[in-house]
Design a protein around this ligand. Structure first.
Ligand code: HEM
Length: 502
């Protein structure tokens, strides 16, 4: 008897349990002094991972928590405090009206190890402000909203159409073809180059970008427990991600080196040229942030943030068109009436292609590619509607709570492009339509993405009828996506049947 008791008291498991209980009490006592937003019960250091993992549909988990705890609630991401901000008015209050306080990025494995807090996406403070402004102005000069970019996109659209035609109406996976075309639009803007659809080196880079986006993010526990990256082997894919990143950086580095060798300040033709010119002009300014490393990280951000999101939006559109033949027929009818089939749809047509544009907006709303916007943080302790928000808290804007709010959309679960068409037949642009987010950190590439969607999607419908493989029906189950950094359709096959000229 004595030895059993002795074993119990000295058993490492019981010692661990006692320590955990003391720690839990200490954490709860400490939290009692701060008035944190409400939230579900959590296990110290493990956090609320189980609450989020309960449903494979992240949107449903977030929807339930929003309903239960309101617009501002807390979740623990491992040991880190995160506060989810939901609902349009609250998102506007936090990220627009008080955007100056909540526009930094939190420290994370992604920001510190992978991006070294450089570039745009992971940068904060003055570095972020300076480079976000430079990038926006430069990209605008090279084409956002201009006919020069329209020409570049048309070149990629034409190549994509001929690649699809080669599949001769047989079922195939279209995602990869779209990804190459969309990435080539970014290549044209940044480096003035084009890679062929079968270029093995560029294919390798795109596969690596895909792998990185799959392996980082909320699903990987290393995001919340960075020390786990030191575990033996590579079960959390950190080493693989770093290897991929170094390879891509080498690929980008070679393109930058070529630009440096051929640099002519009187011939500034792309984003890299403009950055190198700024580097040259700043060469006597020792604190200049315009460095080769910052250029490489910015380029990587534009690829990382721009290629996958736009590709995913176009593939969602094709999947919905194949699933909803009545909508596809109406989009085609409109394009056929206004543009015909002899030339590609242009940006000029956009104002008249009201239903097509409403369809694209409904895809952006219903498929909501970036479910929870990128994480934000605050530099100092502050409060929000009476709740304490300690410095360094991760703030997660729940875009889905806005794009699926029944009070705004009435029937958000229905896929209904008509919701974006007013009674006068013109397009509506509700301020709550925020797939590109809002405030100071809104998407840098929104104009470019909108141009791509407006040129790729109508051209695809103009030339092909999209159908599911024979004998398959696309129901609501097939329209369910998977959640990583973005919300993507599950891999699918589609048939593209060439339309007859009218
Ligand atoms: C349909 C396509 C796209 C969608 C839905 C989308 C959406 C978003 C969202 C929701 C954010 C997060 C804002 C935040 O909370 O911090 C973001 C940020 C960003 N996006 Fe996009 N995006 C798209 C395409 C693009 C493209 C084409 C580019 C550039 C070529 C781009 C570049 C960026 C960058 C650099 C940021 C970070 C901004 C910052 O940190 O200041 N995006 N995007």
């Amino acid at each position: 008897m004595e030895s059993i008791e002795h074993d119990f008291y000295l058993n490492p498991i019981s010692i661990g349990l006692v320590l955990l209980a003391i720690l839990t009490l200490w954490i709860y006592k400490r939290q009692g002094r701060t008035k944190l937003p409400p939230g579900p019960w959590h296990i110290p250091f493990v956090g609320n991972a189980l609450v989020l993992a309960a449903d494979p549909d992240l949107r449903k988990s977030l929807g339930r928590l929003h309903k239960q705890y309101g617009d501002i609630y807390r979740l623990y991401m491992g040991p880190k405090l995160a506060v989810v901000i939901s609902g349009y008015e609250t998102i506007k209050e936090v990220f627009v009206k008080r955007g100056g306080e909540f526009s930094d990025r939190p420290e994370s494995l992604i920001s510190s190890i992978f991006s070294e807090n450089q570039g745009i996406v992971s940068a904060s403070g003055d570095l972020w402000k300076e480079h976000r402004k430079f990038t926006l102005t430069t990209l605008r000069n090279f084409g956002f909203g201009k006919t020069s970019l329209e020409g570049k996109i048309h070149t990629e659209v034409t190549i994509l159409l001929s690649e699809i035609a080669k599949r001769k109406g047989k079922p195939f996976r279209i995602q990869h073809l779209v990804q190459t075309s969309v990435s080539n639009v970014i290549n044209a803007m940044i480096f003035g180059v084009h890679f062929k659809h079968d270029d093995p080196n560029f294919e390798k880079v795109m596969t690596m970008i895909d792998e990185i986006l799959e392996n980082i993010g909320p699903k990987n526990v290393v995001t919340f427990f960075p020390f786990m990256r030191y575990m033996p082997g590579d079960m959390f894919h950190v080493k693989k991600t770093l290897r991929n990143l170094r390879y891509i950086e080498g690929f980008i580095g070679d393109l930058i080196d070529k630009h440096m060798e051929n640099f002519d300040e009187n011939k500034i033709e792309d984003f890299t040229d403009a950055f190198l010119l700024k580097m040259k002009n700043d060469r006597d300014y020792k604190d200049s942030t315009f460095t080769k490393n910052q250029l490489a990280k910015t380029v990587l951000d534009l690829f990382g943030a721009g290629a996958e999101t736009t590709t995913t939006t176009i593939t969602w559109a094709l999947l919905y068109l194949a699933a909803k033949q009545d909508i596809q027929a109406r989009v085609f009818r409109e394009i056929n009436e206004i543009v015909g089939t002899d030339r590609l749809p242009s940006l000029q047509d956009k104002r008249q292609l009201v239903y097509t544009e409403a369809f694209i907006m409904e895809i952006l709303r219903a498929c909501n590619i970036v479910t929870v916007s990128l994480p934000h943080t605050c530099k100092v302790d502050t409060t929000l509607r009476g709740f304490d928000i300690p410095k360094g808290t991760i703030l997660l804007p729940d875009i889905d709570s806005v794009l699926f709010d029944p009070a705004i959309w009435g029937d958000p679960e229905e896929f209904r492009p008509e919701r974006f068409i007013g009674e006068d037949g013109n397009l509506l642009n509700p301020e709550e339509f925020i797939p590109f987010f809002t405030g100071r950190r809104n998407c840098v590439g929104e104009s470019m993405a909108r141009m791509e969607l407006d040129l790729f999607i109508p051209a695809l419908v103009q030339r092909f009828e999209f159908l599911p493989p024979e004998g398959t029906v696309l129901g609501s189950k097939e329209l369910e996506g998977v959640f990583g950094i973005t919300h993507k359709p599950k891999p699918f096959e589609i048939r593209a049947i060439k339309r007859k000229k009218t």
